[in-house]
Design a binder for this molecule. Structure first.
Ligand SMILES: [Zn+2]
Length: 200
């Protein structure tokens, strides 16, 4: 019987657009990524790319499905025992209004430009508290940390010209995931793809 070719997820060196994948497994040695609230399992459509990157029953997700709006985020914060100070609401409001990936300085400047009086330290401390509670996401980049409004597992597309990062919901074909599980002995519970490229 022919042996299966080795499993290849990330091409290297990457052609454009490059793809790297990060998988989270319940039996992984690494602790689960902080950005995980459970997401309903995708409907199983293979043709259409976008649906959801989460795999349902995520081991890290104890707080139910992803909030749809700010009120649900506030409720989530209360459930988690996070105090909703005026400054914390400002930070959350801005992240949800912008729906992009911003540095603490970006957030500080945008809030102050909007006339919301908040100090840089307060912005930073609130971002850290929210991300460590799993309410927002935090991306570590060479240029520093970026924060986003979504904390559920999702994928990112980075523009190589501008550095702008878009959220993407990508569903990998179930047969690929099953193959990864077979060949690694892991049960995959969530995944994140990092794609980069230039506008065509
Ligand atoms: Zn994101």
């Amino acid at each position: 019987m022919a042996l299966r070719p080795p499993l290849r997820i990330a091409a290297s060196p990457p052609p454009l657009p490059a793809v790297a994948a990060v998988f989270c497994s319940t039996s992984s040695v690494m602790p689960p990524a902080p950005l995980s609230t459970a997401v309903p399992a995708p409907a199983g459509s293979l043709e259409s790319l976008p649906v959801a990157a989460g795999m349902g029953e995520s081991g890290a997700g104890q707080v139910g499905s992803r909030p749809d709006n700010l009120d649900e985020v506030y409720s989530l914060c209360r459930e988690l025992g996070l105090r909703l100070s005026r400054q914390r609401r400002m930070v959350l409001d801005l992240l949800w209004a912008e729906k992009s990936h911003l540095s603490a300085r970006d957030i500080f400047e945008k809030l102050n430009n909007l006339g919301r009086n908040i100090g840089h330290t307060s912005v930073y401390q609130n971002l850290e508290a929210l991300q460590s509670a799993g309410v927002i996401e935090c991306l570590d980049r060479a240029s520093g940390r970026l924060y986003g409004y979504r904390a559920d597992p999702h994928s990112h597309l980075t523009c190589l010209d501008t550095g702008a990062i878009q959220d993407l919901d990508v569903v990998l074909p179930p047969d690929l995931l099953e193959r990864i599980e077979r060949e690694t002995g892991f049960r995959i519970s969530a995944y994140t793809l990092h794609l980069c490229g230039r506008r065509a």
